[in-house]
Design a protein. Sequence first.
Length: 195
Amino acid sequence: MIPAQDAQLQFWSEALTPTDSEQCFNDLIASTPWRQDKIQLFGRRIAIPRLQAWYGDTHCHYSYSGLNLAPLPWTPQLLQLKTRVEQLSQHTFNCVLLNLYRNGSDSNGWHSDDEPELGEQPVIASLSLGETRRFKLRHKYNKAIKGITINLNSGSLLVMSGHSQSHWQHCLPKTARQIEPRINLTFRNILHGPN
Ligand SMILES: O=C(O)CCC(=O)C(=O)O
Ligand SMILES: [Fe+2]
């Protein structure tokens, strides 16, 4: 448990063994149909600074910043990782977003994963593979609360729940260091709509 006001953060540095982490990283980087989507930002279309892929149950459409992605069907490998993450977190998930940060110029800007289809207090389980990157959190409303930095190493699992999305934002900053690629998988649970 990482102490934080208005947020629930749980961290496992070795959710996967180093051997499993390396094998998963190598498989995923080669076999995933990575795409670089463009999003609408301040009225302009901008390529996001990383590659992504979206998998999940058939009803799990992913929408953000004017983008709507249909999920790819689960692969045996991703189902295996999902089972491991569910076992540790004690939560179930029906979709996963894969991010590939090719080098230090790839990043993820400040945001909360607070789309309505994730529910009031989303549980997001973030599994990291490959290069260690710095993950930052900041409180949205109370500037007196100190920010948090977590080094997400290969094989680590960070679970954000409670008010982590409604009260906090997170990001993965760029770095000037010469570094290797990193893959991140955020397991999520999209609530069933009326359909
Ligand atoms: O790469 C990470 O560790 C963070 C990914 C993330 O915040 C997201 O996909 O919403
Ligand atoms: Fe996020």
